[in-house]
Design a protein around this ligand. Structure first.
Ligand code: HEM
Length: 241
Protein backbone atom coordinates (compact mmCIF):
# COMPACT_ATOMS: atom_id res chain seq x y z
CA UNK A 1 0.00 0.00 0.00
CA UNK A 2 1.33 3.42 -0.87
CA UNK A 3 1.09 4.67 2.64
CA UNK A 4 3.19 6.79 4.91
CA UNK A 5 3.69 6.87 8.61
CA UNK A 6 0.95 8.62 10.45
CA UNK A 7 0.10 5.74 12.64
CA UNK A 8 -2.28 6.41 15.41
CA UNK A 9 -0.34 3.83 17.40
CA UNK A 10 -2.41 1.66 19.66
CA UNK A 11 -5.60 3.65 19.56
CA UNK A 12 -6.49 7.21 20.23
CA UNK A 13 -7.22 9.26 23.32
CA UNK A 14 -10.93 9.10 22.75
CA UNK A 15 -13.16 9.51 25.78
CA UNK A 16 -16.79 8.70 26.39
CA UNK A 17 -16.35 5.16 27.59
CA UNK A 18 -15.91 5.95 31.25
CA UNK A 19 -12.26 4.96 31.17
CA UNK A 20 -9.15 7.10 31.29
CA UNK A 21 -7.85 8.01 27.83
CA UNK A 22 -5.43 10.81 28.56
CA UNK A 23 -4.34 13.43 26.12
CA UNK A 24 -0.56 13.59 25.59
CA UNK A 25 -0.65 17.09 27.09
CA UNK A 26 -1.93 15.63 30.36
CA UNK A 27 1.57 14.29 30.89
CA UNK A 28 3.04 17.80 30.89
CA UNK A 29 2.85 18.14 34.68
CA UNK A 30 4.46 14.77 35.21
CA UNK A 31 7.24 15.57 32.73
CA UNK A 32 7.78 18.94 34.44
CA UNK A 33 8.22 17.14 37.78
CA UNK A 34 10.66 14.64 36.28
CA UNK A 35 12.57 17.60 34.81
CA UNK A 36 12.75 19.30 38.24
CA UNK A 37 13.81 16.03 39.88
CA UNK A 38 16.12 14.35 37.33
CA UNK A 39 17.90 11.01 37.70
CA UNK A 40 14.90 8.89 38.63
CA UNK A 41 15.11 5.15 37.97
CA UNK A 42 12.05 5.05 35.72
CA UNK A 43 11.18 5.12 32.03
CA UNK A 44 9.84 8.66 31.94
CA UNK A 45 12.97 10.03 33.65
CA UNK A 46 15.07 8.23 31.02
CA UNK A 47 13.03 9.84 28.22
CA UNK A 48 13.38 13.26 29.85
CA UNK A 49 17.16 12.70 29.96
CA UNK A 50 17.16 11.84 26.23
CA UNK A 51 15.31 15.09 25.54
CA UNK A 52 17.68 17.15 27.68
CA UNK A 53 21.02 15.51 26.85
CA UNK A 54 20.98 14.75 23.17
CA UNK A 55 18.01 16.79 21.96
CA UNK A 56 16.94 13.66 20.11
CA UNK A 57 13.35 14.12 21.33
CA UNK A 58 11.54 17.43 21.27
CA UNK A 59 8.82 18.27 23.80
CA UNK A 60 5.91 17.12 21.61
CA UNK A 61 7.64 13.83 20.80
CA UNK A 62 8.37 13.27 24.48
CA UNK A 63 4.76 13.88 25.51
CA UNK A 64 3.46 11.71 22.66
CA UNK A 65 5.81 8.89 23.59
CA UNK A 66 4.85 9.15 27.28
CA UNK A 67 1.18 8.91 26.30
CA UNK A 68 1.78 5.96 23.98
CA UNK A 69 3.84 4.03 26.49
CA UNK A 70 1.86 4.74 29.63
CA UNK A 71 -1.69 4.79 28.29
CA UNK A 72 -1.85 2.83 25.03
CA UNK A 73 0.53 0.21 26.37
CA UNK A 74 -1.35 -0.16 29.64
CA UNK A 75 -4.92 -0.08 28.30
CA UNK A 76 -4.26 -2.62 25.57
CA UNK A 77 -2.77 -5.11 28.01
CA UNK A 78 -5.68 -4.67 30.43
CA UNK A 79 -8.01 -5.38 27.49
CA UNK A 80 -6.02 -8.45 26.45
CA UNK A 81 -6.33 -9.90 29.95
CA UNK A 82 -10.04 -9.04 30.23
CA UNK A 83 -10.99 -10.37 26.79
CA UNK A 84 -8.73 -13.39 27.30
CA UNK A 85 -10.35 -14.36 30.60
CA UNK A 86 -13.76 -13.99 28.98
CA UNK A 87 -12.74 -16.17 26.03
CA UNK A 88 -11.47 -18.89 28.37
CA UNK A 89 -14.59 -18.79 30.53
CA UNK A 90 -16.87 -18.92 27.50
CA UNK A 91 -14.98 -21.98 26.25
CA UNK A 92 -14.69 -24.32 29.25
CA UNK A 93 -12.95 -27.05 27.22
CA UNK A 94 -10.20 -24.62 26.21
CA UNK A 95 -9.92 -23.33 29.78
CA UNK A 96 -9.60 -26.90 31.09
CA UNK A 97 -6.91 -27.65 28.49
CA UNK A 98 -4.77 -24.69 29.60
CA UNK A 99 -5.25 -25.54 33.28
CA UNK A 100 -4.21 -29.13 32.62
CA UNK A 101 -1.21 -28.13 30.51
CA UNK A 102 0.15 -24.65 31.29
CA UNK A 103 2.71 -25.05 28.50
CA UNK A 104 -0.24 -24.16 26.23
CA UNK A 105 -0.36 -20.68 27.77
CA UNK A 106 1.88 -18.84 25.24
CA UNK A 107 -0.14 -20.21 22.32
CA UNK A 108 -3.37 -19.45 24.20
CA UNK A 109 -2.32 -15.81 24.63
CA UNK A 110 -1.58 -15.51 20.89
CA UNK A 111 -5.03 -16.96 20.22
CA UNK A 112 -6.59 -14.43 22.61
CA UNK A 113 -4.91 -11.60 20.68
CA UNK A 114 -6.19 -13.03 17.39
CA UNK A 115 -9.68 -14.01 18.52
CA UNK A 116 -10.67 -10.81 20.31
CA UNK A 117 -7.71 -8.44 20.17
CA UNK A 118 -7.41 -5.15 22.02
CA UNK A 119 -6.74 -3.04 18.93
CA UNK A 120 -9.82 -3.53 16.83
CA UNK A 121 -9.64 -0.54 14.49
CA UNK A 122 -6.62 1.25 15.87
CA UNK A 123 -4.20 1.45 12.97
CA UNK A 124 -4.42 4.41 10.62
CA UNK A 125 -2.31 5.32 7.66
CA UNK A 126 -2.22 8.23 5.23
CA UNK A 127 -2.08 7.40 1.53
CA UNK A 128 0.81 8.89 -0.39
CA UNK A 129 -0.54 7.69 -3.73
CA UNK A 130 -3.74 6.21 -5.15
CA UNK A 131 -4.08 2.59 -4.19
CA UNK A 132 -6.66 -0.12 -4.94
CA UNK A 133 -7.38 -2.73 -2.25
CA UNK A 134 -10.04 -5.39 -2.64
CA UNK A 135 -11.56 -3.58 -5.61
CA UNK A 136 -11.83 -0.26 -3.76
CA UNK A 137 -9.72 2.64 -4.99
CA UNK A 138 -8.48 4.97 -2.27
CA UNK A 139 -7.28 8.37 -3.48
CA UNK A 140 -3.74 9.49 -2.75
CA UNK A 141 -2.76 12.70 -1.10
CA UNK A 142 -3.30 12.14 2.55
CA UNK A 143 -6.55 10.18 2.69
CA UNK A 144 -6.78 8.59 6.15
CA UNK A 145 -7.33 4.85 6.03
CA UNK A 146 -8.25 2.80 9.08
CA UNK A 147 -7.21 -0.84 9.06
CA UNK A 148 -9.62 -3.25 10.69
CA UNK A 149 -7.35 -5.63 12.57
CA UNK A 150 -10.31 -7.37 14.18
CA UNK A 151 -11.59 -8.29 10.72
CA UNK A 152 -8.19 -9.36 9.36
CA UNK A 153 -7.71 -11.69 12.30
CA UNK A 154 -10.99 -13.46 11.49
CA UNK A 155 -10.19 -13.80 7.77
CA UNK A 156 -11.37 -17.22 6.58
CA UNK A 157 -8.78 -17.10 3.77
CA UNK A 158 -6.04 -16.94 6.38
CA UNK A 159 -7.37 -18.92 9.34
CA UNK A 160 -9.16 -22.26 9.45
CA UNK A 161 -12.46 -21.85 11.33
CA UNK A 162 -11.58 -18.23 12.22
CA UNK A 163 -14.50 -17.80 14.62
CA UNK A 164 -13.39 -20.77 16.71
CA UNK A 165 -11.32 -20.02 19.83
CA UNK A 166 -8.62 -22.70 19.76
CA UNK A 167 -5.68 -22.46 22.19
CA UNK A 168 -3.85 -25.12 20.19
CA UNK A 169 -3.94 -23.12 16.96
CA UNK A 170 -0.36 -23.25 15.69
CA UNK A 171 1.58 -20.38 14.13
CA UNK A 172 -1.40 -18.13 13.72
CA UNK A 173 0.34 -15.17 12.06
CA UNK A 174 -2.26 -12.77 13.44
CA UNK A 175 -1.87 -9.00 13.09
CA UNK A 176 -3.12 -8.14 16.57
CA UNK A 177 0.21 -6.47 17.34
CA UNK A 178 0.38 -4.83 13.91
CA UNK A 179 2.77 -5.69 11.10
CA UNK A 180 5.95 -4.36 9.52
CA UNK A 181 7.92 -1.34 10.57
CA UNK A 182 5.39 -0.24 13.21
CA UNK A 183 5.01 -3.69 14.75
CA UNK A 184 4.18 -3.23 18.43
CA UNK A 185 7.21 -2.22 20.43
CA UNK A 186 5.57 -3.51 23.59
CA UNK A 187 4.45 -6.93 22.31
CA UNK A 188 7.04 -8.89 24.36
CA UNK A 189 6.07 -6.93 27.48
CA UNK A 190 2.34 -7.44 26.84
CA UNK A 191 2.89 -11.18 26.34
CA UNK A 192 4.94 -11.35 29.54
CA UNK A 193 2.38 -9.40 31.58
CA UNK A 194 -0.48 -11.53 30.24
CA UNK A 195 1.42 -14.76 30.99
CA UNK A 196 2.01 -13.64 34.60
CA UNK A 197 -1.63 -12.64 35.02
CA UNK A 198 -2.95 -15.91 33.61
CA UNK A 199 -0.52 -18.00 35.67
CA UNK A 200 -1.82 -16.33 38.82
CA UNK A 201 -5.43 -16.81 37.74
CA UNK A 202 -4.91 -20.47 36.86
CA UNK A 203 -2.90 -21.25 40.00
CA UNK A 204 -4.69 -19.20 42.62
CA UNK A 205 -8.31 -18.80 41.57
CA UNK A 206 -10.11 -22.10 41.94
CA UNK A 207 -13.51 -22.40 40.30
CA UNK A 208 -13.10 -19.23 38.24
CA UNK A 209 -16.39 -18.53 36.48
CA UNK A 210 -18.41 -15.64 35.11
CA UNK A 211 -20.70 -13.98 37.65
CA UNK A 212 -23.00 -12.70 34.87
CA UNK A 213 -24.44 -14.13 31.70
CA UNK A 214 -21.84 -13.72 28.90
CA UNK A 215 -24.33 -11.57 26.98
CA UNK A 216 -24.47 -9.16 29.92
CA UNK A 217 -20.77 -8.35 29.85
CA UNK A 218 -20.48 -4.61 29.16
CA UNK A 219 -17.88 -3.64 26.58
CA UNK A 220 -16.08 -0.33 26.59
CA UNK A 221 -17.37 2.17 24.06
CA UNK A 222 -14.38 2.97 21.91
CA UNK A 223 -14.13 2.70 18.12
CA UNK A 224 -10.44 1.79 18.25
CA UNK A 225 -9.82 -0.36 21.30
CA UNK A 226 -11.84 -3.38 22.41
CA UNK A 227 -12.18 -4.95 25.82
CA UNK A 228 -14.72 -5.50 28.60
CA UNK A 229 -15.47 -2.38 30.65
CA UNK A 230 -15.80 -4.76 33.61
CA UNK A 231 -15.73 -8.53 34.01
CA UNK A 232 -17.59 -9.81 37.08
CA UNK A 233 -16.23 -13.26 38.07
CA UNK A 234 -16.47 -15.68 40.98
CA UNK A 235 -13.61 -17.74 42.36
CA UNK A 236 -12.23 -19.27 45.51
CA UNK A 237 -8.78 -17.92 46.41
CA UNK A 238 -6.07 -20.55 46.78
CA UNK A 239 -3.38 -18.43 48.36
CA UNK A 240 -1.05 -21.41 48.97
CA UNK A 241 -0.66 -22.16 45.27
C1 HEM B 1 -2.11 -6.57 24.22
C2 HEM B 1 -1.38 -5.48 24.25
C3 HEM B 1 -1.03 -4.68 23.02
C4 HEM B 1 -1.59 -4.69 21.77
C5 HEM B 1 -2.75 -5.55 21.26
C6 HEM B 1 -0.86 -3.72 20.98
C7 HEM B 1 -1.10 -3.47 19.65
C8 HEM B 1 -0.34 -2.63 18.86
C9 HEM B 1 -0.53 -2.43 17.45
C10 HEM B 1 -1.62 -3.08 16.61
C11 HEM B 1 0.43 -1.57 17.03
C12 HEM B 1 0.65 -1.11 15.58
C13 HEM B 1 0.20 0.31 15.37
C14 HEM B 1 0.39 0.76 13.93
O1 HEM B 1 0.88 0.01 13.10
O2 HEM B 1 0.01 1.90 13.66
C15 HEM B 1 1.21 -1.20 18.18
C16 HEM B 1 2.26 -0.31 18.16
C17 HEM B 1 2.93 0.10 19.29
N1 HEM B 1 2.79 -0.40 20.56
FE1 HEM B 1 1.50 -1.81 21.14
N2 HEM B 1 0.09 -3.14 21.77
C18 HEM B 1 0.03 -3.70 23.02
C19 HEM B 1 0.83 -3.41 24.10
C20 HEM B 1 1.81 -2.47 24.11
C21 HEM B 1 2.64 -2.14 25.25
C22 HEM B 1 2.56 -2.86 26.61
C23 HEM B 1 3.46 -1.14 24.88
C24 HEM B 1 4.53 -0.42 25.63
C25 HEM B 1 4.72 -0.48 26.92
C26 HEM B 1 3.18 -0.85 23.48
C27 HEM B 1 3.82 0.10 22.73
C28 HEM B 1 3.66 0.29 21.38
C29 HEM B 1 4.40 1.25 20.60
C30 HEM B 1 5.47 2.21 21.12
C31 HEM B 1 3.95 1.13 19.29
C32 HEM B 1 4.38 1.96 18.08
C33 HEM B 1 5.47 1.25 17.32
C34 HEM B 1 5.85 2.05 16.09
O3 HEM B 1 5.07 2.85 15.59
O4 HEM B 1 6.98 1.83 15.61
N3 HEM B 1 2.18 -1.67 23.06
N4 HEM B 1 0.74 -1.88 19.28
Amino acid sequence: MGADDGAAGTGQPTGGDGRVHRDPRDFADLVARKTREPGGDDLLSALVAVRDEGQRLDEDELLGMAWLLLTAGHTTTVDLIGSGVLALLRHPGQYAAVRADPSLLPAAIEEMVRYDGAVELGISRFTTEEVTVGGVTIPGGGEVVYLAIGSADRDADRFTDPDVFDVRRAGTGHVGFGHGIHYCLGAPLARMEAAIAFRVLLDRCAGLSLAVDPDQVVWQVNPHLRGPAALPVRFTPCLDA
